[in-house]
Design a protein around this ligand. Structure first.
Ligand code: GEK
Length: 251
């Protein structure tokens, strides 16, 4: 059972840059659930997308896997035979807790959990790659090579699911989406102080970009089809397909 997130509840003299350390790991499921609109839906739909796109004998990657929520969604929905899931996170505290989460799970698909920078991990023979709110933490200049590597490692017909906090070119719309996100957080019990201090902690390390920038970069990396399949305020998830989308299976 996840602890209640009150990391930013008391005034901090100076707010240090956010880290995925042990105190964050201890409250992570509660924190992400109360901070990211649509998180539960996105996780469930990653399972649905993996069910559709995972190919027999291929690998599915969860890059920036935290406590393996997306890994487990895929593990319990993939019908294709002989798949393997590779979950990667560079926070030792996250990976240690994720190991316990996986040990308590009864899914049959093998999961390899790797504690490393996702930029160092090869993507090989993949059919599904998930970057669920992870690319936003990578310096902007380093994002394109990651997408190029993922594209190269995908089989034809394979997909990248990319979820991000996004920015908007129009200043008024950007302000409105930020305000609506803060209303969502208030409704979930966060105080003005918690919202302000968390925002300051994330300011330098979570860099949102517009959907247009993401789309262009994905196309440049080689993806043939790029579409938004989920959006709530300034949180969105895209599906990028290598090759032309296959027709839906006959039921
Ligand atoms: C979920 N996907 O629950 N290499 C590997 N991991 C990284 C890197 C990196 N370079 N940079 C950050 N991380 C998850 C949620 S959280 C999003 C993802 C959030 C990891 C970091 O340690 C953290 O666990 C995760 O990416 C981002 O579906 O907290 O907003």
């Amino acid at each position: 059972m996840s602890q209640h997130d009150d990391i930013y509840a008391n005034p901090l003299g100076s707010v240090s840059t956010f880290q995925f350390d042990q105190p964050v790991v201890d409250v992570f499921p509660d924190m992400i659930q109360r901070s990211v609109p649509g998180y539960t839906t996105i996780i469930a739909m990653i399972g649905t997308l993996a069910e559709r796109y995972a190919q027999a004998g291929s690998r599915c990657y969860d890059l920036g896997s935290s406590l393996c929520a997306a890994t487990l969604a895929m593990r319990h929905r993939i019908p294709a035979a002989a798949c393997e899931i590779v979950a990667v996170d560079n926070s030792p505290a996250m990976v240690e807790r994720a190991r316990a989460v996986l040990a308590a799970d009864s899914g049959q698909i093998p999961v390899t959990l790797v504690c490393d920078d996702l930029q160092q991990v090869p993507v090989v023979d993949a059919s599904v790659v998930v970057l669920n709110f992870t690319l936003q933490f990578i310096p902007v200049a380093e994002r394109e090579p990651i997408l190029t590597k993922i594209y190269a490692g995908l089989r034809p017909g394979g997909v990248l699911i990319l979820s991000e906090k996004v920015a908007f070119a129009d200043r008024d719309h950007e302000d409105l989406m930020i305000e609506l996100h803060h209303s969502f957080k208030r409704a979930n019990g966060y105080s003005e102080l918690e919202i302000a201090q968390k925002r300051a902690a994330l300011e330098k390390i979570l860099i949102p970009e517009t959907l247009g920038t993401h789309r262009e970069r994905l196309k440049k990396a080689g993806f043939d089809s790029v579409d938004v399949w989920f959006q709530c305020f300034n949180f969105a998830s895209m599906i990028a397909i290598k090759g032309k989308p296959a027709p839906p299976p006959t039921l």
